[in-house]
Design a protein. Structure first.
Length: 583
């Protein structure tokens, strides 16, 4: 039974089943036993048992305390769960761990919650930065500011008139006058392909707002390549923090070859404390021949770069990752209807629908050639207009190289529709979603788009009626699980899926909330299913990987608002304890 049917079938019934253990080696002792718990196996029946055992890195038994403890030997590590929840290790379907880990190597950027805080931060940077040098704030989404809007060019000028400044919010951002000046950006500057240099309606002068047009700026520093050892140390630190919150698997959703090589080197040195599914970043431009050549180059001479499924249980290649449109949080997602005019995203046009980065016909070529070569495909697809275009490409490729069992995916998938959900079901297409966006950004999006258009914003229950979705964070900057961009605490994500609460306390579409069983599946077996890994992880069943966690309460019965505050007591990967909370 796949993850879809598991998630849909769970309607609140808990089964406490005294399953007798199944032993591959009846006389061999276990390496680790957890007993006296509420063990959520997340099997097809969502069975709840008392205990589980791991031997040689895999689950050797689940069942009653008495039966499982028979596998205890003189060297067996035994953990008393004290009646609390034991469950499969959590899986984040969407992270950017190298960028997140190295984002603070040059100094921390505090969370910015209002425009005065943004301007104060820029003034402080300007005081320590030589005149003429760039000041860049990266991935600062206007939806998360108290004013719920981008700062203006004039406001940035007031904070640092002698420095070029870029307030970067993903594909869209605002540059100050000095930045435009040093870059030679004027009313005559042409828009780049699939981008916009936004202009004042009356004067034609650039307003400072740039949408997929940072290329017109000159001298903007990149994030810089961190030295190998500091980078490795930072990634290991981040993985340790992930472990502390119960994460035992992640998907890097946009990895270059250098990122893959870093993970492989950590694996060789026995320094990985979690498992990684690696989506390969892919440039969709150029002719069919260029696309084919690039697909071959991804694999590499060592064969570790692809296609999908290459690798092992520690580091495995996932899908090709495309970027199809802009973002919801910066007003550049490609929508069916125009974005409303307003200050939030500095939209001044009546017909602005957002940005589509890959035209429909070239997209079909990339998807077709990828499908022929056994690649799974996913694409950053934030708006419903972009989802229409992506599913058109998937349907086109399916007629040439069937994709139904390949788990083609939609990344973000913020606005499905009933029709597109039916298309996903027919094609076997899944989605990785970010519940924290509902919490952090839902209030601003409701004000901008209105309740009618927001009816289809992250409708989790409707998704599960048609296909499988998995929960992810899109973690990009900083280490803190709640104050990072984006918040990566899986417990926050589970809580949002259960309550659909916004940061203001309001509830958006409570009928789209998940049950506790479904929310657990969202971060366990469903994510395994998204990545074609459900036969080896995502549930505690005999023969699967011994990745599990023990938490500090019974998450199936505790008050729902306690779930976002869950603390992990023990995290186990492959039968080895990688984190244990100090008492």
């Amino acid at each position: 039974m796949n993850a879809l049917f598991r998630a849909v079938a769970l309607v609140g019934l808990l089964l406490v089943v005294p399953i007798s253990p199944v032993r591959a080696q009846p006389n061999a002792p276990a390496d680790l036993i957890v007993y006296n718990g509420q063990v959520l196996t997340v099997d097809a029946k969502f069975s709840i048992v008392q205990a589980g055992a791991v031997r040689d890195g895999k689950v050797a038994a689940v069942g009653t305390n008495g039966d499982v403890l028979k596998l205890k030997g003189p060297k067996t590590r035994v953990i008393d769960a004290s009646g609390n929840t034991v469950m499969p290790g959590l899986y984040d379907s969407h992270t950017h761990p190298v960028g997140a880990a190295t984002s603070e190597l040059g100094g921390a950027t505090p969370p910015l919650r209002s425009i005065p805080e943004v301007l104060a931060f820029i003034r402080a940077r300007a005081a320590d930065t030589p005149e003429g040098n760039w000041i860049v704030i990266r991935y600062a989404f206007p939806t998360r500011l108290k004013e719920a809007r981008f700062p203006t060019r004039a406001e940035l000028d007031s904070a640092a008139p002698k420095h070029p400044v870029l307030y970067h919010a993903g594909p869209a951002g605002v540059a100050n006058s000095k930045a435009l000046d040093v870059s030679g950006v004027t009313k005559e500057t042409k828009d780049p392909p699939a981008g916009q240099v936004v202009r004042d309606e009356k004067t034609g002068e650039p307003t400072g707002m740039l949408r997929n047009a940072y290329g017109v700026l000159k001298g903007v520093p990149n994030d810089g390549a961190a030295p190998d050892e500091p980078k490795r140390a930072a990634v290991r630190k981040l993985f340790g923090l992930y472990n502390q919150h119960g994460i035992t698997s992640i998907a890097d959703r946009n990895a270059g070859r250098g990122d893959l090589d870093l993970y492989l080197s950590l694996q060789r040195d026995n320094q990985l404390s979690l498992r990684i599914n690696v989506a390969r970043s892919f440039d969709a431009s150029g002719s069919r021949d260029a696309v084919i050549r690039r697909l071959k180059d991804l694999v590499g001479e060592d064969g570790r770069g692809g296609p999908t499924g290459a690798g092992d249980a520690w580091v495995r290649i996932g899908p090709i990752k495309l970027f199809l449109d802009g973002g919801m949080l910066n007003g550049s997602a490609y929508m069916r209807k125009p974005w409303p005019r307003g200050d939030t995203y500095q939209i001044t046009q009546d017909d602005y629908r957002g940005l589509l980065f890959i035209p429909p016909e070239p997209l079909k070529v990339v998807v077709e050639e990828s499908a022929k070569r056994k690649w799974q495909v996913t694409a950053h697809t934030a708006g419903e207009g972009a989802m229409d275009v992506l599913l058109d490409a998937y349907e086109f490729a399916d007629k040439i190289a069937p994709i139904n069992d390949r788990r083609f995916c939609i990344t973000h998938a913020n606005f499905p529709s009933r029709l597109n959900l039916e298309r996903c079901k027919r094609l076997g297409v899944c989605a990785d979603v970010q519940p924290a966006w509902l919490y952090k950004d839902g209030e601003t999006l409701l004000k901008v788009l209105g309740p009618e258009r927001m009816r289809w914003f992250q409708p989790y229950k409707s998704w599960l009626e048609y296909t499988t979705i998995g929960g992810g964070s899109d973690h990009m900057l900083r280490f803190d699980p709640l104050d990072s961009t984006n918040p990566w605490s899986p417990w926050l994500g589970i809580w949002v899926a259960l309550t659909r609460k916004l940061e203001s306390g309001a509830v958006h579409l409570p009928g789209e909330a998940l049950t506790r069983e479904q929310a657990v599946c969202l971060y366990t077996i469903n994510n395994a299913y998204l990545h074609n890994e459900e036969k080896e992880k995502g549930s505690l069943e005999v023969g699967k990987l011994g990745d599990l966690i023990v938490v500090d309460r019974d998450i199936m019965t505790c008050p729902v608002d306690e779930i976002r505050a869950v603390k992990v007591a023990v995290t186990v990967v492959g039968g080895k304890v990688v984190y244990e909370r100090r008492k």
